[in-house]
Design a protein around this ligand. Sequence first.
Ligand SMILES: Nc1ncnc2c1ncn2[C@@H]1O[C@H](COP(=O)(O)OP(=O)(O)OP(=O)(O)O)[C@@H](O)[C@H]1O
Length: 303
Amino acid sequence: MSEVIRLEKLTKTYGRRRGLAGLDLTVAEGEVFGYLGPNGAGKSTTIRLLLDLIRPTDGRALLFGTDSRRAEARLRRRIGYLPGDFTVAPRQRVEQCLAHLAALRGGVPRARIDALAARLDLDLGARVGALSKGNRQKVGLVQALMHRPDLLILDEPTSGLDPLVQQTFLDLIREAKLAGQTVFMSSHVLTEVEAVADRVGMIREGRLVALDTVARLRGRAAHDVEITFVGPADQAGLAALPEVSDLVVDGRTARLRLSGSPDTLIRLLAGHRLARLRVTEPDLEHLFLAHYRTDDTVEASRA
Ligand SMILES: Nc1ncnc2c1ncn2[C@@H]1O[C@H](COP(=O)(O)OP(=O)(O)OP(=O)(O)O)[C@@H](O)[C@H]1O
C-alpha cells in the first residue's frame, strides 16, 4: 500500500517558539488517521505545513510522494481541506459559496452538494454571515468532501457540531474510507476519533508521544465496575477473579477494575441479587498516555 502522507523530521519554529520538533510520521492509502493533542500541541502547524500554507524550518512533508512545497494544482485537487478556522465571505448564500468552491475544484455535480447538505441538515439558501458556528462548520465539511478527494485533511472537524450531526459526520468518514479515500483528522479528544480511526497519534509540545492502532488500544482497555449487592458484598468471590484488580469494598458496594472478558464476573454475579450495576467505559486517552509515556518521551518533550 502506498504512502499518502510522509513527514520526515518535520520542524517548525516560530521565532524562539517551537511549533513542531522533528516529526516523523506516515499515513497509508485508505487509512483513517486520528491526530490528537491538546491546545497548542502543533496539530494545525502540521496540517499547514502539509498543505504548504507555511514552510518548514527543517525536514519535509510529502503528499502522494511529492514534497508539499512542489505540489501543483493537479495534486492539490486530490485533497479536501477543512481548516480549523473555516471562514468565507459573509454576504454570499451557502449555495453560491459552494458553487464557487466547486468550480475551483474542477466542478462538482449539484446533486452531490444537495445530498451532502441534506444529510448534514444545512440550509443552502442561508446567508453565510447569518450562520451559527456549527452551521458554518457544515459548509466547511461539504466543501472538503464534495469532490470526493483522495485525501481528506480535516482540522478539528467536529468542533461546534451537535451530537447528531457528529454521528452523520462519522458516517461520512466511514463512507470515505469504504471508497478508498485517506483521512487525516485532528482532534482534542480520542473518543471523537476512535469510532472511525484505524490509527491514532498524539502530539504534545510539537513531538509525537504516542502512536498505535485503535484495535490494539481497545484490546488493552479496562472497565471500571461498581456493583451494589442486595445482601453482603461478595468480596472474596470478586478478589478471586483473575480479571479483577483495584477492588475496594464499601458496605454493600464493590468497586473494581475489570480487564479482558466480563464472562467470569457475570457468572459470579448471577449467583447474587444486585441492587445496582454500573460499568464505565474506559478512558482511552488516559490509557493511551499511560501505556506510551516512557521516560524517553517525557524527557524529549522537556528538552
Ligand atoms: N503564527 C504563529 N506565530 C507564533 N507562534 C505560533 C504561530 N502559530 C502557532 N504558533 C505556536 O505553535 C504552537 C503550536 O500551535 P498549533 O496551532 O499548531 O497547535 P494546535 O495543536 O493546532 O492547537 P489548537 O488545538 O489550539 O488549535 C503553539 O505554541 C502556538 O502558540
